[in-house]
Structures are given as structure tokens and as C-alpha cells.
Design a protein around this ligand. Structure first.
Ligand code: S3P
Length: 193
């Protein structure tokens, strides 16, 4: 499908923002830009922004690498599910916000069901080279600590693609400016309002 890259006028953006009546949840691979794009999207829509990884860390009073090391991935996923459920709330008008989730959140069946039922879900997707370049900027991802980063990312993307594909919207987050991705997300959401 041809993507309309025309920038949105402020009035149009405000009108779309007002008709969003649920939380907007960004899902997708590590390094795709969920946090930076999410922050910009929230600013454009005048909505609060939260990052579920940050919320997990402050609830646990531990960093994500510490949680993985001390308690393992299953424990992390359970905490992630509870935190995302709290952030989404009832999925009502008063729960409107933009939520960036960790890369594995939407692959947990319960977390995915909750997001699909109560939020507007957006799968942010990038080509592998963009993901690899972006994950190199941070050193805090336990799943990338062992083995070759490219191979791990390729495997995870393959394993996760069928879950991500269940999101309501699929938006490409290219290597260009995040503002372009924000416009694409807003237009995708608008098409379903
Ligand atoms: C994970 C992604 C991370 C974080 C944790 C596990 C994953 O978040 O939740 O390290 O399973 O893909 P980002 O996607 O924000 O890097």
C-alpha cells in the first residue's frame, strides 16, 4: 500500500487526538524505537507517555538486567504483565496515554490479549540493519548478552512475528527521523477511528 507521507496539520492532529478514547500501545522488537517514537507520539497527541520497562524497574526497585539475573525471564514476564495491566487500566477515556512496551511483552499470550482487548495496538517494525544499529546504543538487554546480536535478533524476530502481526496496526519505523514514524502512526490510527 502507498504510504501518504504528507505532514499532518496541527488542527487535524488535534482532531485525531481528541477522538482517541483508549491507551495507545507500541509493540515490536528491541531497538525499533518504541520509547523515542512513543515519547514524540505522546507529545504530538498531548497525551502522557509511559515506558513499561521503566515502570517495571521502579516497581521492582531493580534494573531489568538485575531482575533477569536474580529471578529469571518468567518472573520478569509476570511482572511485565501486571505492570502493563495497571498502565492500561480499564482501557477507558481516563486511561488515555501512549505506552511503550518491552520487545517481548506482546508475545506473552495474556499480555497480548489484554492489549488487544483494551488498547489501540501498533506494531513498530524496522529492517534488521536498523535494529542492529539501534540496539548497539544501549548495553542493558539481557537477551542480547549471549551469542551474536544479529543472529539473536533474527531468531527473535522470526519467533515473534506472528504475535506482532496480531497488533491492530503495522507501521514501519525506518532509519529516517522519528517524526515521520509518528505521522505514519497517527494516520494508521485515524484510518480506524
Ligand atoms: C526485551 C526487550 C527489552 C526489555 C527486556 C526484554 C525483549 O525492552 O523489556 O530486556 O524480550 O525483547 P526494549 O524492547 O525496550 O529493548
Amino acid at each position: 500500500m502507498e504510504v501518504d507521507e504528507t505532514p499532518l496539520a496541527t488542527g487535524e492532529l488535534d482532531r485525531i487526538a481528541q477522538s482517541i478514547n483508549r491507551p495507545v500501545v507500541l509493540v515490536g522488537m528491541m531497538g525499533v524505537g518504541k520509547t523515542s517514537v512513543g515519547r514524540k507520539l505522546a507529545a504530538a497527541l498531548h497525551l502522557p507517555f509511559v515506558d513499561s520497562d521503566d515502570e517495571i524497574e521502579s516497581a521492582a526497585q531493580m534494573t531489568i538486567p538485575e531482575i533477569f539475573e536474580l529471578h529469571g525471564e518468567a518472573y520478569f514476564r509476570d511482572g511485565e504483565r501486571r505492570v502493563i495491566a495497571r498502565l492500561i487500566g480499564k482501557g477507558a477515556q481516563s486511561d488515555r496515554k501512549v505506552i511503550a512496551t518491552g520487545g517481548g511483552a506482546f508475545c506473552n499470550a495474556e499480555t497480548r490479549a489484554l492489549i488487544l482487548e483494551k488498547a489501540i495496538s501498533v506494531w513498530l517494525d524496522s529492517d534488521m540493519d536498523t535494529l542492529i544499529e539501534r540496539v548497539a546504543r544501549k548495553d542493558n538487554r539481557p537477551l542480547l548478552k549471549q551469542g551474536n546480536v544479529r543472529e539473536t535478533l533474527i531468531r527473535l524476530r522470526e519467533e515473534r512475528a506472528s504475535a506482532y502481526a496480531q497488533a491492530q496496526h503495522h507501521v514501519i519505523s525506518g532509519s529516517g527521523p522519528h517524526g515521520r514514524t509518528v505521522s505514519r502512526i497517527v494516520k494508521a490510527i485515524q484510518s480506524c477511528l
